[in-house]
Ligand binder design. Structure first.
Ligand code: EPU
Length: 456
């Protein structure tokens, strides 16, 4: 037999995927200050909601400034199952939902496990079909993520619900206006209220509403569609229901969570980073804290391009409390705490939005950080978690020299803080589960390379 004979046809096929799928484990070689520029696209927490708004009309809707993130794919899949179409080009998504079919239990369960967005289609489904299914909340790395506020909003507006086998079935003829007072300014419950009230009969009012920039962006979309919504100065949103809504074109706001994550990474490594595509006013509270901690920034005339640097060789410790807008966002907390491990002294962090969003500090300790978690409210606000014994405050002692370690990503923002810590640490870190970061950080690996982080 000649040496050039083809291999026998009984050869075992190569089971590896043919496409070049990035491995879910990343190795980061840290210790070098970042240096580079990034463009941030549409917000992970605004874009999917605008896609849901498009389901309130039979007319075509177009969104631009699209980020390539996993959460968008979940909404696209949901729209397809409900009978709508989604078309993509380089920077835009066009959605048409001539028809809408209520999702079945198995689709709801699967999509609910992938994202928080499907619950937001409940009001849409009630408007268009008179029924909806919601998966009862399950466990999640940042707490149980309940849906009780969503249900109270929908009940007040006339929906009836029945619970069985981990599923909640809702029904409504036409929803009607109501006055609702939220126990906490929940982003999702406020969005549910907006989706439900814009097509309800009569006037509605939501007191103690969330007023995050992502909510104001959704209100802008709904206004373009023909909705009548006013935001009062005291966290109250008033809506007069209309009979139908029309199509829209909208450029989604830039992702202020992603911008702050990269800025915190620059602070942690003592680097320099230019971020383009996010408005200064949406980051105002973050920028104040950044400067207090010893970071610095310059902003262009349009407030759309921000260069982050360190003003001092050694960062300053500080007291930080997360809150609803215009407070310091909970999603900014974990990447920023990573930077605080490099501050000269004791920083105190009080998380008041999620009861269980400090679990990631355990992993930072394996890189050498000195962080202790407490059940007490270590901040000026007596929040609802203190009395319930939740581990929601932290004391960070710095500066600590971080070193490489092996980590497993539990959720999106914690995952970013691990990468930031690994970039600041001397030596090599191995991070498993980095695929979770694709949920909210578009072109993540490409951006790491663009700012000079050595990874593979
Ligand atoms: N809550 C309830 N009952 C409810 C709803 C919320 O008790 O029915 C509680 C939550 O458990 C939490 C608090 O209210 O303690 C705030 O939750 P909220 O409803 O505001 O959060 P969300 O709408 O589920 C969005 C973002 C989160 C972000 C929060 C706070 C999306 C898809 N998610 O969540 O983003 O942290 O608002 O700003 O918009 C992230 O991007 O990593 C992320 C988790």
């Amino acid at each position: 037999m000649s040496e050039t004979t083809a291999p026998p046809s009984t050869a075992i096929p190569d089971p590896r995927p043919r496409v070049d799928v990035p491995s879910d484990t990343m190795t980061v070689r840290g210790g070098v200050p970042v240096d580079g520029a990034l463009t941030i696209r549409g917000s992970k927490n605004a874009l999917p909601k605008a896609m849901v708004a498009a389901l309130l009309t039979e007319e075509t809707c177009r969104l631009t400034n699209i980020a390539a993130i996993r959460d968008i794919e979940v909404v696209e899949e949901l729209i397809g199952i409900a009978g709508g179409t989604v078309e993509h080009d380089a920077d835009s998504i066009t959605i048409t939902a001539h028809t809408f079919t209520a999702l079945g239990e198995s689709d709801v369960e699967r999509l609910h496990n992938a994202s928080r967005i499907p619950i937001l289609t409940t009001a849409v489904s009630l408007h268009r079909t008179g029924e909806a299914v919601v998966a009862a909340p399950g466990g999640c790395a940042i707490g149980p993520r309940p849906v009780d506020f969503h249900l109270s909003v929908l009940r007040a507006l006339g929906a009836r619900d029945e619970h069985h086998d981990g599923m909640i079935h809702l029904r409504a003829d036409r929803l009607h206006g109501a006055r609702i007072d939220l126990p906490f300014p929940s982003v999702g419950a406020t969005e549910q209220f907006l989706f439900a009230s814009v097509l309800a009969e009569g006037d509605s009012e939501l007191a103690n509403a969330a007023i995050e920039p992502e909510i104001l962006d959704l209100i802008a979309v709904l206004q373009k569609m023909g909705a009548l919504i006013s935001v009062e100065p005291n966290r109250t949103i008033r809506v007069t229901g209309v009979d139908q809504l029309g199509g829209f074109e909208h450029r989604v706001i830039g992702d202020r969570l992603e911008a702050a994550s990269w800025a915190s990474l620059a602070l942690a490594t003592g680097g320099r980073l230019t971020v383009e595509g996010v408005q200064q006013q949406d980051l105002a509270t973050f920028l104040n804290v950044y400067r207090r901690a010893g970071g610095d920034f310059t902003i262009d005339a349009e407030g759309n391009r921000i260069e982050f640097t360190r003003a001092r060789r050694m960062l300053r410790p500080l007291a930080l409390e997360t809150d609803v807008h215009p407070g310091f966002m909970t999603d900014w907390q974990s990447p920023f705490v990573t930077a605080l491990t490099q501050a000269d002294g004791v920083s105190v962090v009080h998380e008041t939005v999620y009861e269980d969003r400090l679990g990631y500090t355990e992993a930072l300790r394996t890189l050498g950080a000195q962080i202790q978690v407490f059940t007490e409210c270590l901040g000026p606000t007596r929040c609802r978690f203190g009395a319930a014994n939740h581990r929601h405050s932290a004391v960070v002692v710095g500066p600590t020299k971080l070193h490489g370690a092996e980590l497993v990503v539990p959720d999106l923002r914690a995952g970013f803080s691990y990468v930031a810590a690994a970039a600041a640490a001397d030596g090599e870190s191995v991070i498993h589960g980095v695929g979770l970061l694709d949920r909210g950080y578009a072109e993540f690996r490409h951006k790491l390379a663009a700012v000079g982080i050595d990874h593979s």
